[in-house]
Design a protein around this ligand. Structure first.
Ligand code: HEM
Ligand code: HEM
Length: 264
């Protein structure tokens, strides 16, 4: 009887692609399941995403009412209903953004502001490594426990756009508001008048939607290449990280509020 063929010596990821970065580099000691994103990071991420879709859809209608039903306006209320949905969602959006910004100062280690501002030498170095990876000058993205520093800086820009949306939105709202919201009309001259505020509000929306297109693409690409469960982690909170990072430091993964050398 002929013996079975020997197992292949080189393993590649399914589909014939090359091996993923983390298992390829660290397969000697294996991979561990680590809780990285706390519930506030995850909940604000997904609820903000839903709010953005509703705000963008209703906002595009407010700016350009593409559906005008026949008949008297008071029987339809399409624009009025759309505006009410926009405004209530805007309240939810504002609360989510404020919660996440406060969480950047009081949340768990990987929720904090240093994930967005690259203060450490290693994180600054990783920005260039990430740019080289996107420019096709390097094959592997640098590995991080939290956000990679280039992504972190981009998120800072995204949060600035969120704040801009809130402020320009409040400026526009103040002129038709009654009660204490009227006092926010000081924001109108800050943005150079109502029409400019409206223009900024509109253009910033396209920047956010443009970011979304890139974000999906890069999340899928990096998640696939790293092999650390990046996209899954935004749902479950857990990433699959090289055990060596922990054993080298003699740390328990429960010490997640302490920096690992990869994040210094
Ligand atoms: C990502 C979030 C948001 C998106 C994508 C968005 C999108 C839009 C768009 C496209 C318009 C129409 C602009 C035009 O005339 O071309 C609009 C109008 C408006 N938005 Fe937003 N918006 C967002 C958040 C907010 C927030 C947070 C507020 C309030 C704090 C707000 C308040 C308003 C107001 C008051 C108007 C003008 C409505 C009117 O003409 O009566 N928006 N929004
Ligand atoms: C309008 C849509 C979206 C916006 C504006 C958005 C924005 C953001 C922001 C601001 C962060 C940083 C999270 C934080 O620490 O607060 C983030 C992280 C992340 N998002 Fe989204 N997101 C959107 C949709 C999605 C979708 C659809 C996916 C899934 C494919 C996704 C996957 C992720 C992942 C995996 C991370 C962590 C990435 C990393 O560590 O760099 N996002 N996103």
């Amino acid at each position: 009887m002929t013996p079975p063929p020997p197992p292949p010596t080189v393993t590649t990821a399914e589909g014939g692609a090359r091996p993923q970065v983390a298992p390829k580099k660290f397969d000697v000691e294996g991979i561990e399941r680590v809780y990285v994103w706390d519930i506030v990071v995850r909940a604000t991420h997904w609820f903000t995403m839903i709010a953005i879709f509703i705000l963008a859809f209703t906002g595009i209608y407010i700016g350009d009412p593409f559906l005008i039903p026949a008949g008297a306006a008071e029987d339809q209320f399409v624009m009025a209903t759309t505006k009410v949905v926009h405004f209530y969602t805007a309240i939810a959006f504002t609360l989510l953004v404020v919660t996440r910004i406060v969480w950047m100062f009081v949340g768990s280690y990987y929720a904090r502001w240093h994930q967005f501002v690259p203060i450490g030498k290693r994180r600054r170095g990783d920005i260039w490594k990430m740019i080289k990876f996107y420019a096709l000058l390097s094959k592997d993205p640098p590995l991080n426990v939290g956000h990679n520093p280039l992504a972190g800086m981009t998120y800072l820009l995204v949060y600035s756009l969120y704040v801009l949306m809130i402020l320009t939105g409040l400026a526009m709202y103040s002129v038709s508001a009654s009660g204490y919201m009227e006092s926010l009309d000081f924001l109108v001259p800050v943005f150079g008048g109502l029409q400019t505020a409206r223009w900024i509000h509109h253009v910033a929306m396209w920047f956010i939607l443009g970011f979304f297109a890139h974000h999906i693409w890069s999340a899928m690409l990096v998640s696939r290449l790293e092999g650390m469960g990046l996209i899954d982690s935004m749902f479950s909170g857990y990433k699959f990280l090289p055990r060596r990072w922990r054993t080298r430091l003699q740390l328990s993964w429960r010490d997640r509020d302490k920096p690992y050398p990869e994040d210094e």
